[in-house]
Design a protein around this ligand. Structure first.
Ligand SMILES: Cc1ncc(COP(=O)(O)O)c(C=O)c1O
Length: 359
């Protein structure tokens, strides 16, 4: 029985050995003079990754922590969710759990949220913030962020919160140009790091909003993090320093070795290949043309036993996903994100064809 698998699941993704080794380096203190240059370097590299000047925050938590932070800091009373999948619903649950009023604009799972729908909703509402999951990992839909951002810009009093958990680092997102107030992701998806860090950026507008919000909590208080950054170049609590070493190294690999544009292009090429394969051999779960560049949900039109396919792939040392929550059985997901290469994707698809005996 194998116990190591190449991961084609939508997180955690494969982490290369050089990056894993960074986590075993001798530790430095989080109040030592060595921590500030490390954090400053990471911040400026993430600013390049996201095309921004805004402040960068790195939380030792998973992405859900940053989602909670965005809600607690940017919502005084009411938030609008753009909802079309499981992770949009997580935003809603988080807001409710924090006692905020919620309203949702829903499309059925697998469909995209369109700018005109958003406009209609914003016209009649009175919201502190609006949240969008850019790349809905549960359905393989990539919502039209640019077009939605154009609409949100017409409402300058509203904070625009964007979950880029499964797109940051794989898809170009020009955060400043788009007017995004909070953008966030986790380390374990397109950035190809072990899980454990939530990474994001926060605008001046979001800080202003936070000043008006009571009970922002303790661990994720944006203003406390800002104060520590401005006064000390440190974090208020102890960060996962091994993750920071790995992140720093991986950002160098992304920016200097591969290059951002190449990285985005590689993701696009892997996505097109998997999408074409899915169209030919099965069907796509997500409605065209809003297909994700990082994960494809392959609709199970052949009614195969997805559990068995996964088991057979595991025998070959490969892991795919069998379907999210209520969609189990309806599709299987192939992630093409992080440091995976097109050649590895091709090999996986050949294995699937062989197992299923499809040509
Ligand atoms: C789009 C999206 N948002 C949020 C999350 C939640 O991330 P975490 O479980 O790391 O908190 C995920 C996890 O897969 C996701 O794909």
């Amino acid at each position: 029985m194998k116990d190591q698998f190449k991961l084609f699941i939508p997180g955690p993704t494969e982490v290369r050995e050089e990056i894993r080794k960074e986590m075993a380096r001798p530790l430095i203190g989080h109040r030592s003079k060595e921590i500030s240059p490390l954090l400053e370097g990471i911040h400026s590299k993430i600013q390049q990754l996201l095309f921004i000047k805004n402040k960068i925050f790195i939380f030792t938590s998973s992405s859900s922590g940053f989602m909670e932070a965005a809600i607690r800091n940017c919502v005084k009373k009411k938030v609008l969710f753009l909802s079309g999948g499981a992770f949009a619903e997580r935003w809603e649950e988080i807001a409710k759990a924090n006692g905020k009023e919620v309203e949702a604009l829903r499309v059925s799972w697998g469909h995209a949220l369109l700018p005109e729908m958003v406009e209609e909703k914003l016209k009649g509402g009175d919201y502190d913030a609006i949240s969008l999951v850019h790349n809905e990992t549960s359905t393989g839909v990539m919502h039209p962020l640019k077009e939605i951002a154009e609409v949100v810009k017409r409402y300058p009093e509203i904070c625009f919160l964007v979950d880029a958990v499964s797109s940051m680092g794989g898809v170009k997102i020009e955060v400043d140009k788009l007017g995004i107030d909070v953008i966030l992701a986790g380390s374990q998806k397109c950035l190809a790091l072990p899980p454990g860090l939530a990474i994001g950026a926060v605008s001046e507008k979001a800080f202003k909003k936070a000043e008006q919000v009571q009970n922002r909590g303790y661990y994720f208080d944006f203003l406390e993090h800002l104060k520590y950054w401005e006064e000390k170049r440190q974090t208020p609590a102890t960060p996962s320093i091994p993750h920071l070493f790995a992140l720093n190294r991986q950002l160098d690999e992304i920016l200097l070795k591969e290059g951002l544009e190449n990285r985005f292009k590689r993701h696009q090429e892997m996505a097109s290949f998997v999408q074409n394969w899915a169209r030919e051999k099965f069907a796509l779960f997500a409605a065209e043309p809003y297909l994700s560049n990082t994960v494809t949900a392959v609709k199970n039109v052949r009614e195969i036993d997805i559990g068995k396919l996964r088991e057979n792939l595991r025998e070959k040392g490969k892991e795919i996903d069998g379907g999210y929550g209520k969609l189990k059985g309806e599709y299987f997901r192939i992630a093409h994100m992080g440091d995976l290469q097109l050649s590895e994707i091709k090999e996986l698809l050949l294995d699937i064809e062989q197992i299923l005996k499809v040509k």
